[in-house]
Design a protein around this ligand. Structure first.
Ligand code: FAD
Length: 316
């Protein structure tokens, strides 16, 4: 038995969320007294860096035919990797690629799946994994009873610092079926800092009155090294691009710091952000519902408060 961790890539390099998944899988492997193997699919120039996060071996399926993300093919590669390694626990990051492959791998291996885990499994009484449910309002502890277990880890859930180890990279060349996806065009994300990876997010809502007022939000985000986000009406009105919309019907995020400016705090908005570690709400209505979920609140006009915060951040 061993632990296999799928390490996803972006632009030919290991994706930030994969380091956390590898650190997570390596700790589980250590607790189970077994090895942690990372598997990388497609072009990747820094696969060996996964050793620093605890992987003891790295399989790299580096044939150019794997360069385009094809969930069906990637599923086959991970399943073959699990078989080659005799892996009983397979870990993914709960992001775009992990969400599409993890359920397929679980189905192929007859494995129980917990998607969106937020903590290490407990092995005291079975193999029990904690995940957020009901839009983050509660947690469920789910025991996986199958021999093989698949977990996708919600980003920003566990310690992801490098531990300083090293591991060899082995070329992995599994036989797989024909591709099911033909990539016609790749459109790069416009944001410098993808929302789901950001540790700090500055988000604004209808209280900003119009798209022409987002300059101060971008200034604050730049000073803090944060990504920008928005409420749904703001994206619906085309004040901001749709990929910035967070909430129940938008992106779910879990940054260390979420600053909400001129957002009322509707339940559908909270569903995507209430797992943030620290929430700061800026609203001119002291009765705004968002204050109930805030760690820090500023009752004030965003047009007065934000420029002052930008100045303070610049001076810091
Ligand atoms: P508003 O509700 O208009 O709130 C604006 C806030 O700005 C107010 O609290 C006001 O006091 C404050 N304000 C005004 N002027 C200022 C000022 N000068 N300075 C400071 N504060 C000021 N919404 C999402 O965001 N994400 C979702 O994923 C989502 N999914 C939905 C799914 C469904 C099925 C439904 C029905 C709704 C969904 N919504 C979602 C919409 C949600 O219900 C709210 O309507 C929306 O979040 C409100 O956006 P808002 O807070 O920007 O605007």
């Amino acid at each position: 038995m061993s632990v296999l961790i799928y390490a996803n890539t972006a632009n030919g390099k290991i994706h930030k969320s994969a380091f956390e998944a590898v650190a997570y899988g390596s700790k589980i492997a250590a607790d189970l007294g077994t090895n942690a193997t990372a598997i990388v699919i497609g072009a990747c120039s820094d696969a060996e860096s996964l050793g620093e996060f605890g992987a003891t071996k790295i399989l790299h399926a580096n044939d150019s035919k794997f360069n385009d993300f094809d969930p069906s093919i990637y599923t086959q590669v991970v399943v073959k990797g699990a078989e080659a390694e005799g892996a009983d626990v397979i870990i993914f990051s709960h992001d775009f690629s992990g969400k599409s492959i993890a359920p397929r791998v679980a189905a192929k291996l007859d494995a129980g799946l917990v998607s969106g885990a937020v903590d290490y499994p407990s092995t005291a009484n079975g193999f029990t994994v904690k995940k957020a449910v009901f839009s983050g309002k509660a947690f469920a502890n789910i025991t996986i009873n199958t021999d093989k277990k698949v977990i996708s880890l919600l980003p920003n859930s566990v310690d992801k610092s490098a531990k300083g180890g090293s591991a060899s990279v082995e070329t992995f060349s599994p036989e797989v079926g024909a591709a099911t996806v033909k990539v016609k065009e790749v459109i790069k994300e416009s944001a410098d800092l993808p929302l789901t990876e950001a540790e700090k997010v500055v988000s604004a809502g209808r209280g900003l009155k119009g798209p022409e007022n987002w300059g101060m939000i971008e200034d604050l985000a730049k000073e803090l090294g944060a990504a920008t986000a928005c409420s749904r009406p703001v994206a619906d009105m085309d004040w901001r691009p749709h990929h910035e919309h967070v909430g129940q019907t938008g992106v779910a995020i879990r940054p260390n710091l979420y600053i909400a400016v001129g957002i009322s705090g509707a339940i559908q908005h909270l569903a995507g952000v209430n797992q943030s570690k620290t929430i700061v709400v800026i609203n001119n209505d002291p009765e705004a519902p968002f204050f109930k979920s805030a760690n820090y609140g500023i009752v004030g006009d965003a047009f007065e408060v934000i420029p002052k915060l930008v100045e303070a951040a610049k001076a810091f």
